[in-house]
Design a protein around this ligand. Structure first.
Ligand code: HEM
Length: 159
């Protein structure tokens, strides 16, 4: 597992301090962006036929629950910046679960883009190139572990 620089950690912690206190609204900005980039992802949530528009979906309790889960994973990563490897088993398993529900690994990258979009909207002037890169570095570590679990699940099924 890759490591983050001291500067990366400082930038991530500093910016998450306020965002992390308001996870759900920030998560909703992220997922609104994600479904704008790839509306087909909406159908992977088995509860999506129950809602009319994307915005209706995003305000439904089931979606808000997933948004909350995603934000808690990000929160866990920010809390473990010094030992991200301790999340390895959890992230492998999470990747496996997403393989099972039909999410592909390219979509994880799209969540990353949406995360950066949310940071840009929320942080304004504080969204600098080094901060963007720091978040990208952390998110890439998380996604790399999820993708390993995703691939492992695919292999197990092919056996
Ligand atoms: C690429 C877009 C994604 C889609 C379409 C997606 C879809 C899903 C679906 C359908 C489930 C199962 C139903 C549910 O719990 O709502 C799920 C569970 C979950 N997702 Fe995602 N997901 C995505 C990305 C992510 C990312 C990037 C994270 C974290 C960084 C994440 C974290 C979780 C967690 C923690 C669960 C619960 C797993 C469990 O039951 O133990 N998801 N996701």
């Amino acid at each position: 597992m890759e490591k983050l620089s001291g500067k990366d950690k400082e930038l991530i912690r500093g910016s998450w301090e306020s965002l992390g206190k308001n996870k759900v609204p920030h998560g909703v900005i992220m997922f609104s962006r994600l479904f704008e980039l790839d509306p087909a992802l909406l159908s992977l949530f088995h509860y999506s036929p129950n809602c009319g528009s994307t915005q209706d979906c995003l305000s439904s309790p089931e979606f808000l629950e997933h948004v909350t889960k995603v934000m808690l994973v990000i929160d866990a990563a920010v809390s473990h910046l010094d030992d991200l490897h301790s999340l390895e088993d959890f992230l492998l398993n999470l990747g496996r679960k997403h393989q099972a529900v039909g999410v592909n690994t390219q979509s994880f990258a799209m969540v990353g883009e949406s995360l950066l979009y949310m940071l840009q909207c929320s942080l304004g002037q504080a969204y600098t190139a080094p901060l963007r890169q720091a978040w990208l570095n952390m998110y890439s570590i998380v996604v790399a572990a999820m993708s390993r679990g995703w691939a492992k699940n695919g292999e197990d099924k092919a056996d």
